[in-house]
Design a protein around this ligand. Structure first.
Ligand code: PLP
Length: 370
């Protein structure tokens, strides 16, 4: 880790630029959603696709770069590097440009074209690796150069975010819920990429003493579910996740198992079917990780019904589906991947109408609630 010699003036101005930028932005909306079969359960979607760089990663990029500046690690000559599945890099490229710094993203070759275009539009450079599990090493070794700084979202996401408040995503959710019929959600459903967002939400729930429980729905090719259920942080998965942004080949340091109340394992066909159904309900496309989150909502709503509970559930729209026209919304891509979303779509629709969860929407590994 190199300490960057740099003037107080540069740092103060960099923080001012970032604050001015956030002052020009509004908070994301919290959208109520009607689910006919689940009377007494109110659903809300926190729409993170409306940030200037189109995803929840706008928050993280800001936190990571402020963390670097205020720890004296980023200065005017710094060259920024990151390992990313795409969304974080779009947002980091945006902030790098704001500060006049260069930024290079290391991405899996399978990253969607529209994310790559978005990074390049922000002035970022892209490097590719064939094996998604190699992004970390490649980014770290590229950053081993004069002025190089590896942002390392997978390690620093949880600690760069002000989890006690400062209008983080959790505080924003609870504040926006405060005048609702059931202001304290029974469940929040949020999938994990770095695990940083779920860590912030989970810590905030515990810090404020809310009775809200946190469910993490994990996609097919990911080490998180097994790592959490077995209590083994060394778990690995040898295939990259098909749900961009979530699911990791290893249990990342920013994933905090102790704040999680339940995990479910979601087949990719179910995530994508839920993406399609929710997109139709909203009249606009959402991304694949939002579909995975939505299966978590169905699971939580069904659990509440079985227990005779009424209340609210919150989840996130992580990004827009416009980024995935060539994948989740492309029949040829779905066929190539061997994903039967027609059947899964029927199961999602039936679950919504009848107010239960079709068991086929969960993987055989099912769920774990300690
Ligand atoms: C589209 C999308 N959804 C969800 C996530 C997961 O968020 P987190 O990294 O905070 O776990 C990411 C992370 O990159 C993402 O890009």
């Amino acid at each position: 880790m190199q300490v960057m010699p740099c003037s107080r003036e540069w740092r103060a101005n960099a923080v001012r630029l970032m604050d001015a930028d956030s002052r020009r932005s509004a908070d994301s909306h919290l959208i109520p959603l009607k689910m006919t079969g689940f009377d007494g359960v109110d659903i809300y979607l926190k729409d993170e696709s409306t940030h200037p760089t189109g995803s929840l990663k706008h928050r993280l990029a800001r936190s990571l770069i402020l963390y670097g500046i205020c720890n004296g690690l980023i200065g005017p000559e710094t060259r920024l590097f990151e390992a990313s599945s795409g969304s974080t890099a779009v947002s980091e490229a945006y902030y790098a440009r704001l500060l006049g710094l260069t930024f290079t993203a290391v991405l899996p070759r399978s990253t969607s074209k529209s994310k790559i275009e978005a990074i390049e539009r922000q002035g970022g450079l892209c490097r590719y690796v064939d094996d998604p599990s190699m992004i970390y090493e490649e980014a770290r070794s590229l950053a081993d150069c004069p002025g190089g700084y590896y942002l390392d979202q997978f390690t620093y996401a949880e600690r760069a975010t002000d989890w006690r408040g400062n209008n983080n995503i959790a505080e924003s959710i609870f504040q926006q819920m405060s005048l609702e019929r059931h202001p304290v959600p029974r469940w929040i459903s949020m999938s994990a990429g770095t695990g940083g967002t779920s860590a912030t939400i989970g810590r905030y729930i515990l810090y404020r003493g809310f009775c809200t429980r946190l469910c993490i729905p994990d996609p097919e090719h990911s080490a998180y579910f097994a790592g959490w259920s077995e209590g083994d942080g060394a778990m690995r998965c040898n295939r990259g996740s098909r749900i961009e942004g979530i699911g990791r080949p290893r249990v990342e340091q920013s994933f905090l198992p102790g704040v999680v109340d339940a995990m479910i394992k979601v087949p990719d066909a179910a995530s994508i079917a839920a993406t399609h159904v929710l997109s139709r309900m909203l009249g606009r496309r959402v991304g694949g990780s939002t579909g995975t989150n939505f299966i978590g909502v169905l699971w939580a709503a069904a659990a509440m019904r079985n227990a005779g509970e009424e209340g609210s559930i919150v989840t996130l729209i992580c990004d827009s589906g416009e980024r995935y026209a060539d994948t989740y919304f492309d029949d040829d891509w779905l066929r190539e991947q061997g994903l039967d979303t027609a059947m899964a779509t029927q199961f999602v629709e039936e679950s919504l109408e009848r107010g239960y969860l079709r068991p086929e929407l969960l993987s055989a590994e099912k769920l774990r609630v300690p």
